[in-house]
Design a protein. Structure first.
Length: 418
């Protein structure tokens, strides 16, 4: 029995390689069944995200080369084209790697939590396809509990390390509760989409999305329950805004000092928190000099993100200590589980010898062989078969002068005086 894993990720392979061996959700069931069709493989889980493709197996032998060949054949690519990028693990190193992945220590963004959900989806898929049994079930369940412990006992996920998350976190620090506030988001690209989702998770009161393409703004607004307006409506929308976060590709500022002063007067100088995530800037620098305006640029947040990343790196050291302990725990369970299988196989072998000897003795009795003679033959048959392999091993040990093995075999074959 061997616990195996192999794969590629963002650290070992460029995106053009990663996309070649990614598994679409609709391919997963078929791929799992193909893997289970390999004679040595007992269980398997396939993890496939934009940053990694990994295969986890419980196998009766070391079949990593076979799995690699299957992976390349399945995707129709050349073995040599993949081999420089692939990594492999076995036994307890499989557990160590998976625990690191589940805890976010192997992610592009250190400590990010999304991978844990992706691992759970992969595990559920494999379980639904009957590709998981006792070993991988225990391994993945253990990885989920390790990830939970790492997040509970360390600061790995407490500090934002994306500017979108940092912007929302900073607004929460300034205002506290956001559920009675209104946010004006300028732009409708990926960064603003992330900002909008972080704001929704913090239960922001309401959101308006302003964009040059109002259709694009409406598409995002419909997803999060917000309002969409044209970008030229920003000055009038500013009056309602407690939070303004902007990220567009405009080459000229969208929001200036005059429009902001006018909005402040109408707001009776209720403060506005502004974050300009654009390069070049969307908000004129002079706006930051106005009283009741708290303006942060992408560089300001970058400093926060870098400090938080250093904090996560320190937390990662503590997380590794937890993982090392949990790997030992899993390894002890695995060895106990494997020893039970070996003992069962040993007993099954002895049981087969006994069954065959009894069948032969009964056949002799049916042919009027003397009962005492039949019993003598039965005992000789069982003794001969049980002693055959240990005798061969004892001869080898004696030839090699392997004293430890000799002593072990003698202890096994010496009758218990009790």
């Amino acid at each position: 029995m061997a616990l195996l894993s192999l794969g590629i990720n963002h650290l070992t392979a460029p995106v053009d390689i990663r996309e070649k061996i990614a598994f679409a959700p609709e391919q997963m069931s078929h791929a799992l069944q193909e893997l289970l069709g390999i004679p040595a493989i007992n269980e398997s889980v396939i993890v496939s995200t934009c940053n990694r493709t990994e295969i986890y197996c419980d196998a009766s032998s070391d079949c990593r080369a076979v799995i690699t060949n299957w992976l390349t054949a399945h995707h129709g690519i050349d073995d040599e084209g993949l081999s420089p990028y692939i990594y492999e693990h076995s036994d307890q190193e499989v557990a160590r790697h998976l625990f690191r992945v589940a805890s976010g220590l192997d992610s592009m963004v250190l400590g990010e939590p999304q991978i844990l959900g992706q691992l759970k989806d992969s595990y559920d898929q494999a379980r639904g396809d009957n590709a998981v049994n006792s070993i991988l079930d225990r391994l993945f369940q253990h990885s989920f509990s390790v990830a939970k412990r790492v997040r509970t006992d360390t600061e790995i996920g407490s500090n934002p390390v994306s500017v979108a998350f940092a912007a929302v976190s900073l607004s929460k620090q300034i205002f506290g509760n956001l559920n009675e506030l209104h946010a004006l988001l300028i732009g409708a690209g990926e960064t603003i989409e992330l900002v909008s989702r972080h704001l929704k998770s913090q239960q922001i009161g309401s959101i308006t999305i302003a964009n040059r393409s109002v259709d694009r703004a409406r598409l995002l607004a419909d997803q999060i329950g917000a309002e969409a307006v044209q970008i030229n409506a920003v000055p009038e929308q500013l009056v309602r805004a407690d939070i303004v976060i902007s990220s567009t590709a405009s080459q000229l500022p969208i929001l200036g000092k005059g429009a902001t002063e006018s909005a402040l007067k109408q707001r009776k100088h209720r403060p506005i928190f502004m974050v300009d995530l654009a390069v070049p800037r969307d908000i004129e620098s002079e706006v930051g000099k106005l009283q009741d305006i708290y303006l942060y640029t992408v560089d300001d947040l970058k400093t926060v993100v870098d400090e938080n990343l250093r904090g996560r790196e320190l937390a990662a050291e503590a997380a590794l200590e937890i993982i090392n302990l949990e790997v030992k725990t899993f390894d002890q369970w695995l060895k106990t589980h494997q020893s039970a299988d070996h003992i069962r196989q040993l007993r099954d072998g002895a049981e087969l010898i006994k069954k065959q000897a009894i069948e032969k003795a009964l056949a002799q009795l049916k042919h009027d062989v003397d009962a005492e003679q039949a019993l003598q033959r039965l005992a000789n048959e069982i003794t001969s078969k049980l002693m055959h392999k240990p005798t061969i091993e004892m001869r080898k040990a004696l030839q090699n002068e392997d004293s430890d093995r000799i002593q072990l075999l003698k202890s096994l074959l010496t009758p218990d005086p009790h």
